[in-house]
Design a binder for this molecule. Structure first.
Ligand code: URA
Length: 242
């Protein structure tokens, strides 16, 4: 990334409007590489210059990559007039990057949701060509049997006539209610729920636990989120060939 106007950079990073940034500069609160700034329109290299605002070093980044443990009851959208969205749950420091969820989880689905303002990565992860695997844990009303594993492996026909790609089903517990894990390599609307409907069963709880190389951080309580580690981000980029 090349040079950018200082007021634009600081404004994007949440230090106020350009006018407010101008006032900060005027009060002598901003230094670049140790030199006090006089003009807020000055150009800077935001990634390499040492920019200090009121004694605090600017940690510049263009993109944010957030892992959320989505709770039930919120929708996977950036804004909505009536419903609470996953973005509403983020801290103000992260909201200023204007990130968006990568794909959707249903309102009542919990678990791993990636949220980013990196449009290219978002697009690559969702591309039907890449078949990024997604792993879910679910509780099912009804007895899940070996035959369901075979049916999922062969692909099941959904209510709209679509035949799914092979999916990997693992039974954790089988009884009146069952517990399973399933890995999908595509992402059709309500896919897990509709696949179980296709074999005469009902999903009563659904949680995504993995997406490509990303595993839901077990220490994240539902509704909490954190930025990806460098290692997680690297694995994700490798997985989509970025
Ligand atoms: N499949 C579903 O049915 N719902 C989700 O939220 C994700 C996958």
């Amino acid at each position: 990334m090349g040079k950018e106007r200082l007021d634009k950079v600081l404004s994007n990073m949440g230090y106020g409007t350009r006018k407010e940034v101008k006032a900060l500069v005027k009060r002598g609160e901003v230094t670049i590489n140790g030199v006090k700034v006089k003009d807020s329109a000055q150009h800077v290299l935001p990634e390499t210059d040492a920019i200090i605002i009121s004694g605090e070093k600017l940690l510049y980044r263009k993109f944010v990559y957030i892992m959320m443990n989505k709770p039930g009851g919120v929708i996977s959208a950036t804004e909505d007039n009536y419903e609470e969205t996953v973005i509403d749950l983020l801290s103000d420091e992260l909201k200023i990057f204007e990130p968006a969820p990568v794909g959707r989880l249903d309102k009542d689905t919990e678990g791993l949701l990636l949220i980013t303002n990196d449009g290219e990565l978002n697009h690559l992860l969702l591309s039907p060509k890449r078949h990024v695997p997604k792993k879910y844990y679910a509780r099912i009303e009804g007895t899940v049997v070996e035959e369901d594993i075979i049916k999922f492996k062969e692909g099941v026909v959904l209510d709209d006539g679509y035949k799914t790609m092979p999916a990997e089903l693992h039974i954790i517990n089988s009884g009146e209610n069952s517990e399973i894990e399933v890995i999908l390599f595509e992402g059709k609307f309500h896919q897990v729920k509709r696949m179980f409907e296709a074999v005469g069963k009902k999903v009563i709880f659904l949680k995504r636990i993995e997406m490509g190389p990303l595993k839901l951080d077990k220490s994240l309580k539902t509704g909490d989120s954190r930025e990806l580690t460098e290692e997680e981000l690297e694995m994700l980029k490798v997985a989509v060939g970025k």
